[in-house]
Write a protein that binds this ligand. Structure first.
Ligand SMILES: [Zn+2]
Length: 256
């Protein structure tokens, strides 16, 4: 299989299960309940699922769990729709609406953002800029997975869940690319939806709605395809699904 072009970035925001020891005390859950919440909310093994064989310099992955800081959210709660559900950049609530954290002081929230959010986005911004300087184009693949049954926090509670959900942005996802990805995933036998149950795709802020050389597409994979959702462990299908996804992405990009 041919490799991904050098102007592709893989963004892997939700793969880590790490809660650093120094922030453990912020959480209101005991160890068992916290592990259960991590199992529900982590996009298990998406690093391996999407980026096998991809050079490290093309990957930006959050090293901490989304329960510590969610790098996929807007840092400003006023811009972030999920903040109204207690799940802005620093979550207050669990996926079922219970208290996840003890009330957090503004300065502690800011420390989390300074330690984990800004370094992640600064890396993503500078990699994007380097690629624009070198190739005059960038395609960001925003790599996620989702549970086969909606969690209570999710805005879209429809029970129908596709195998692949493609998220797009009106400004940053060329229509040809959108159609091409849908065609490739459907041809590979995956049931595929556009912007449902999850919509949009991440674009680094300095380029957002500003620079159309930055393209972005979110790919969300149904976890039932490749892992045991009760434990997060991979199932026997994992390798095959990873290979199929890679093929679909590489052939889907050819129109660029
Ligand atoms: Zn995700």
């Amino acid at each position: 299989m041919q490799p991904f072009p050098e102007w592709v970035i893989f963004h892997v925001p939700h793969d880590s299960k790490v809660i650093p020891a120094e922030v453990r005390h912020q959480f209101a859950l005991d160890d068992v309940a916290l592990m259960q919440e991590i199992i529900k909310m982590t996009d298990h093994h998406t690093l391996e699922l999407f980026t096998r064989g991809v050079p490290e310099q093309q990957i930006i992955r959050s090293p901490v769990s989304r329960l510590v800081v969610d790098v996929e959210r807007f840092v400003d709660d006023a811009m972030e729709p999920m903040a109204t559900r207690g799940m802005g950049v620093v979550y207050k609530q669990t996926s079922s609406g219970k208290a996840l954290r003890h009330p957090i002081e503004i300065k502690d929230r800011q420390t989390l953002i300074n330690d984990w959010y800004h370094p992640h986005h600064n890396k993503l911004i500078s990699l994007t800029q380097q690629m624009l300087d070198k190739y005059n184009q960038v395609l960001l693949i925003d790599a996620h997975s989702f549970p086969s049954v909606p969690l209570p926090y999710e805005p879209d509670q429809q029970l129908y869940r596709p195998q692949i959900c493609i998220g797009t942005d009106n400004f940053h996802t060329p229509k040809g690319l959108e159609r091409s990805f849908i065609r490739q995933f459907e041809a590979a036998g995956f049931s595929t939806t556009l912007n449902a149950p999850f919509a949009g795709s991440l674009v680094p802020m300095p380029f957002y709605q500003m620079d159309s050389r930055v393209s972005s597409v979110m790919i969300e994979v149904n976890r039932a395809l490749y892992c045991d959702e009760k434990t997060g462990e991979v199932t026997a299908n994992f390798d095959q699904v990873a290979i199929q996804i890679k093929k679909c992405l590489i052939s889907g990009m050819i129109i660029l």
